[in-house]
Design a protein around this ligand. Structure first.
Ligand SMILES: *Cc1c(COP(=O)(O)O)cnc(C)c1O
Length: 320
């Protein structure tokens, strides 16, 4: 597999820890956790891995400005803003949703990182992103557009490489479970699994899409990522494992399942999950174990993708 240009940003490899007390409490399979919440870059998360390759691409293109989009409490936007600051580039975030009355969580960090914010809505996001880039070009700047969630083939490639960190683990995990959304993490993982020969399952718990939509997106992005890495591989949506039973009331809406999972992981393991992604995936994992979905003699690796600053977002902390 080809090595893409990389800016060292993340603390890698991330640690793996057993969740023994949670495993016994649930009377389920052996649980381990992969700590991508500890990648560094303004409080960690999976976007730090992707940004190593995205920022290398931005630099190669001579960019002096990074533009991306996300929700008000987007972890992707926060980590992109931090990567831009570290690289001495400016950053414009197109944020969707209502402008909050105060600064908290990721939005506070965005502000400390010195970003410029353009307010938008989910429906107008693509248009506003395009206009923001065009305006910057007209002003004589050299913008680099980071796609939603950092999920271009360049960003996704980071998770293909990340599978190398799993190949050394003993016991080898039978299944990797994680929160899947824009699909870059999962697409990268399935490419890495094929290339490095990981034969376990790669099981995404969808945070905001029906499984048909996400499977399709992951399969397509995986094919493109493989191409970029010089691997002639194709992926069909049928081989992508996605569970969409835990969408609740929709993206970013924390309900009892997320709240209970956050409290369980914290109180029994001292482990922090987040209200949007890992709380939802954690809730799914706990529920699936309760239903006997995984065999007791199996080993499950829960890949913590970060997001913990959202715990301190006013709208979530008030109802945790
Ligand atoms: C972005 C994000 C995800 C989802 O990753 P994708 O590559 O977009 O599927 C999961 N967890 C956290 C905390 C994230 O910020």
């Amino acid at each position: 597999m080809q090595n893409l240009p990389r800016v060292p940003i993340a603390f890698l490899p991330t640690p793996v820890e057993p969740l023994s007390r949670l495993s016994s409490h649930l009377k389920g399979p052996a649980l381990y956790i992969k700590r991508d919440d500890l990648t560094g870059l303004a409080f960690g998360g999976n976007k730090a891995r992707k940004l190593e390759y995205l920022m290398a691409e931005a630099k190669a293109q001579g960019a002096d400005l990074v533009v991306t989009a996300g929700a008000v409490q987007s972890n992707h936007c926060r980590q992109t803003a931090a990567a831009a600051a570290q690289a001495g580039m400016r950053c414009i975030l197109v944020l969707t949703g209502d402008k909050p009355n105060s600064f908290s969580g990721n939005y506070l960090l965005d502000s400390l990182l010195g970003v410029e914010v353009v307010w938008s809505t989910r429906a107008n996001r693509e248009r506003d992103l395009k206009q923001t880039v065009e305006r910057a070009v007209a002003e004589g700047r050299k913008p680099y557009l980071v796609p939603y969630g950092g999920s271009s083939p360049t960003g996704a490639a980071a998770y293909a490489y990340a599978i190398q960190e799993v190949m050394d683990l003993l016991p080898t995990p039978d299944t990797i479970v994680f929160a899947s959304s824009s699909g870059g993490t999962q697409a990268g993982m399935v490419v890495g699994a094929r290339v490095y020969g990981y034969t376990g399952k790669i099981f995404g718990i969808s945070v905001d899409e029906k499984s048909e939509v996400l499977k399709e997106r992951v399969a397509r992005l995986a094919g493109e990522t493989a191409q970029l890495l010089g691997e002639n591989l194709t992926f069909s949506p049928d081989e992508i494992l996605v569970n969409d039973d835990y969408l609740g009331k929709g993206y970013g809406i924390m309900g009892d399942p997320e709240r209970n999972a956050i409290r369980l992981f914290a109180s029994i393991e001292g482990m922090m999950l987040d209200p949007v992604y890992t709380g939802r995936a954690g809730a799914g994992l706990v529920d699936l174990i309760g239903k006997g979905f995984f065999k007791k003699d199996q080993t499950i690796l829960f890949w913590h993708t970060g997001g913990t600053p959202a715990l301190f977002a006013e709208n979530y902390s008030a109802s945790l």
